[in-house]
Design a protein around this ligand. Structure first.
Ligand SMILES: [Mn+2]
Length: 474
């Protein structure tokens, strides 16, 4: 954050002298609009977005309207915002990265000048004064040019919507902010959705408003060619970064050191961000499933669990590897590592179209249950969920836990397969297993007749992992 801005941006009273001194400068520059560049290195062709919208329009009944609201900007503190990320619904259907945007998909079409359009975006117009502070933004003109969607200024939305709703029977709402807030003083619940539907009911009694649109969930679950390309890239970047990390990771480094190294490798390779907060958990911390504290100094003999993913053109990778920092697994670590690997192999072998979504998980649990029992870690009184408390698979796409049906696996689905074994200290088993936490996570694409491991290039067999850890060691 620059002090210049603080001086006469928001706190301009304090900086009034500087503000007045700068007036001629502002006046002279007020005509300059910085050139717009799309913020992501990979721009999909307008035809891809067009096809997705067309496919969705086919599922929209007569006199129906789908309204998608952009993600909110979130205040971090003071006048500083968190980095903005578009919500995945709007991103999927338009590629527009701007807040305060609204998309309408209409079964009947909307009259815009001489043409009738079925997809219409509303985007705030460009503003040279704001763009001096915040950088160039996409306006309606840029959206039409780069993304091929008919776009109007956001200011045209309110009156146009009232006209359209008068002839609409069903309205599907997507992307509304936080569904339920609890007001901090009174403790009363406050629902944005409820406020909106009440407003609609008063004005448009004929209208049925629904939250969500299931055909879009199905569509997002079945990845198209463009998405598969971006997912492959996100996964390749993540794999390269992980291997670079293995070449440098040493005992004595902190978990945070490893996280920073990994994330810089991700970004150097083209990731615009991490897809979720990176997990680097050493020793017993690996038994905490979403550990992000980062303070532990990694001791000789620790296993380090790294669960990470690049975000590339909006798409998430999600890969977990568990490595022995000293370069070799101990006997106990290797034993548990191999049963997690066996569980993963068995789960991956179950991935094919037409089987229940839960089948890979059931296969993983069966292996872990059998092996943990053989090792005496699991006895008759304990449950495998104590050592494996999470699910094996989730959809992966624009969201790291992507939307998608969880009844049956279908061609085009991209899911994770991530069994684990975690033995928190104090568990009801021999102490030699205590503090070991292992997860191995790969990404599987369900094809027409089987499955393809999208992350197959990232080594996971114990001897491959050990070999990579020794690349730069004497
Ligand atoms: Mn995952």
């Amino acid at each position: 954050m620059d002090r210049y801005r603080l001086a006469f941006g928001h706190r301009w009273v304090q900086g009034a002298g500087l503000f007045l001194a700068a007036l001629p400068l502002i006046a002279a520059d007020s005509l300059w609009i910085p050139p717009y560049e799309y913020p992501y290195a990979d721009v999909l062709s307008p035809a891809v977005y067009h096809q997705r919208r067309q496919q969705l329009l086919r599922s929209l009944g007569p006199r129906s309207l789908l309204l998608v609201v952009a993600a909110e900007r979130h205040l971090r503190n003071g006048d500083v915002y968190y980095p903005y990320r578009q919500n995945s619904w709007l991103w999927y259907l338009t590629g527009i990265p701007e807040p305060n945007t609204i998309l309408l998909l209409s079964s009947e079409g909307i009259q815009v000048q001489e043409q009738r359009v079925h997809a219409l975006a509303f985007i705030p117009e460009r503003n040279p004064r704001h763009e001096r502070w915040e950088g160039a933004r996409m306006g309606p003109v840029e959206a039409e040019r780069l993304l091929g969607i008919t776009a109007l200024p956001r200011s045209a939305f309110d009156s146009l919507l009232l006209q359209i709703l008068a002839t609409t029977d069903t309205l599907y709402l997507l992307g509304l902010p936080t569904p339920l807030l609890r007001l901090p003083v009174s403790g009363r619940p406050f629902s944005i959705e409820q406020q909106e539907t009440e407003w609609l009911r008063e004005r448009f009694p004929q209208l049925v408003a629904r939250r969500g649109f299931p055909p879009l969930v199905q569509l997002r679950a079945q990845k198209d060619t463009a998405e598969l390309r971006l997912l492959r890239r996100a996964i390749a970047i993540t794999g390269e970064a992980l291997q670079a990390l293995w070449h440098t990771a040493r005992p004595g480094m902190s978990e945070r050191d490893l996280q920073i190294l990994l994330e810089s490798e991700l970004r150097r390779r083209g990731a615009e961000d991490v897809a979720f907060p990176t997990i680097v958990a050493a020793g017993p911390n690996a038994c905490i499933l979403h550990y992000t504290n980062g303070h532990r100094r990694i001791a000789d003999g620790d296993l380090v669990l790294i669960d990470c993913g690049a975000q590339y053109a909006g798409y998430a990778a999600d890969i977990t590897r568990t490595i022995p920092i000293s370069g070799y697994f101990t006997a106990e670590q290797r034993t548990l590592y191999n049963i997690v690997l066996e569980a993963q192999d068995s789960a991956i072998a179950a991935c094919r179209p037409g089987v229940p979504f839960a089948l890979p998980h059931q296969r993983a649990v069966a292996v872990l249950e059998r092996r943990l029992r053989q090792l005496g870690i699991l006895d008759t009184g304990s449950n495998v969920r104590h050592y494996f408390p999470h699910a094996t698979s989730h959809h992966l796409g624009l969201d790291v836990h992507d939307v998608g049906p969880t009844d049956t696996l279908r061609p085009g689905y991209v899911i994770t397969v991530e069994p684990g074994v975690y033995v928190p200290p104090g568990s009801p088993c021999d102490q030699r297993w205590w503090g070991i936490g292992i997860r191995i996570e790969d990404v599987v694409h369900i094809t027409d007749n089987g499955a393809e491991i999208l992350s197959a290039a990232i080594p996971r067999r114990p001897e491959e992992v050990e070999a990579l850890l020794h690349v730069n060691r004497p």
